[in-house]
Design a protein around this ligand. Structure first.
Ligand code: BTN
Length: 334
């Protein structure tokens, strides 16, 4: 009995998803009830019932007699089913865990990591305890892209910070592909005209010198309304919607982000790290800037001049001495 109910519900859900897929695919052109009905093997009257149900769920579907249905707008959410259909990756995102709310995607990823395959992605529409670097809070309101990736590379512990650089390149490339003028601020921020659009939080579980897994947390202010951010971060933050003048299709953007992450991760595993360093420097906002970097043991002031083979920032200090910093908090001096 239970499984019969499930079969009916699943069928209803599948039909709704298929209608959305057909309407999205037609990119603003009308699709007739007749055509949808034939594709789904249901009557036009049934199609109309589904359309009404979808409207209730926030889909803005126009209907014009004799022409058909047009999808004008859909609810702003990352749609995991659509994502799976449009993704172009073979490792990253093979397993996608989607939630409307979590405390932190990094926490959930960490809980499931031991038994999850490499490439698993945890996504949430909102986080109620989103975490930033150095114990800071990460405001994760609706409209953002809050996700964590589980990676299991065979690398020594002191190579983990390279993964943050790899992720920075991927996020920046995905943003630049849609026309957002993003640049990377060492070590883990992506900026647009000096304002933060993305933060990356890399966490690791390791034994002695062997990495078990890395949790790569990425937070992007995609369609976040800047006015809704807390006072202290608002003036230094921006979002994709803010930069482009209109909200984006977050599902499509996540698909392209996962693709860029996979490309960079493959490079990381198969190529010399110098290639990645070169790419990072090309996209860098930090190189050439006067910086103040705080580490647990010291404060280094000087000019950022490069990145080492190990992924450390090279700062030319006041005594013209090159200092290599593997982790720290970087601020610009001017
Ligand atoms: C920072 O700039 O301080 C890093 C911010 C990282 C935020 C992301 S959002 C997804 C993942 N889950 C978290 O709790 N944090 C990271």
């Amino acid at each position: 009995m239970g499984s019969n109910i499930c079969m009916v519900e699943c069928l209803l859900n599948d039909n709704r998803k298929e209608i959305i897929r057909l309407l999205r695919q037609s990119e603003g052109n009308p699709v007739s009830g007749q055509e949808i009905g034939v594709k789904l093997g249901i009557t036009r009257a049934m199609v109309w019932k589904y359309i009404k149900a979808l409207r209730k769920d926030g889909y803005d579907i126009r209907s014009s007699p004799k022409i058909g249905y047009i999808l004008d707008a859909y609810p702003d959410r990352v749609d995991p089913d659509e994502l799976k259909k449009i993704m172009r990756t073979s490792l990253i995102g093979n397993d996608i865990r989607y939630y409307s709310e979590l405390d932190s995607t990094n926490n959930t990823a960490r809980e499931i990591a031991p038994k999850s395959p490499e490439g698993t992605v945890v996504i949430a529409e909102t986080q109620n305890k989103g975490r930033g670097r150095m114990g800071s809070e990460w405001q994760s309101i609706p409209g953002g892209i809050w996700l964590s990736l589980i990676l299991k590379p065979s690398i020594p512990l002191d190579n983990v910070s390279k993964i943050t650089l790899v992720a920075g390149i991927a996020v920046t490339t995905a943003l630049r592909n849609i026309g957002v003028d993003a640049r990377i601020k060492w070590p883990n921020d992506v900026l647009v005209k000096g304002k933060k659009i993305c933060g990356i939080l890399t966490e690791v579980s390791a034994e002695v010198d062997k990495v078990d897994y890395i949790i790569l947390g990425i937070g992007i202010n995609a369609n976040v309304k800047i006015a809704d951010l807390k006072d202290e971060i608002r003036k230094n933050s921006t979002s994709i919607a803010n930069e482009m003048g209109n909200p984006i299709d977050r599902t499509a953007f996540v698909a392209s982000l996962l693709y860029e992450l996979e490309q960079q991760y493959i490079k990381f595993k198969t190529q010399q790290f110098t290639n990645i360093v070169d790419e990072w420097i090309n996209l860098s906002d930090t190189i050439g800037k006067e910086v103040k970097v705080t580490t647990p043991s010291k404060l280094i002031e000087g000019k950022a001049v490069g990145i080492t083979e190990k992924g450390a920032l090279v700062v030319l200090d006041r005594n013209n001495k090159k200092q290599e910093i593997i982790a720290g908090n970087c601020r610009y001096r001017y």
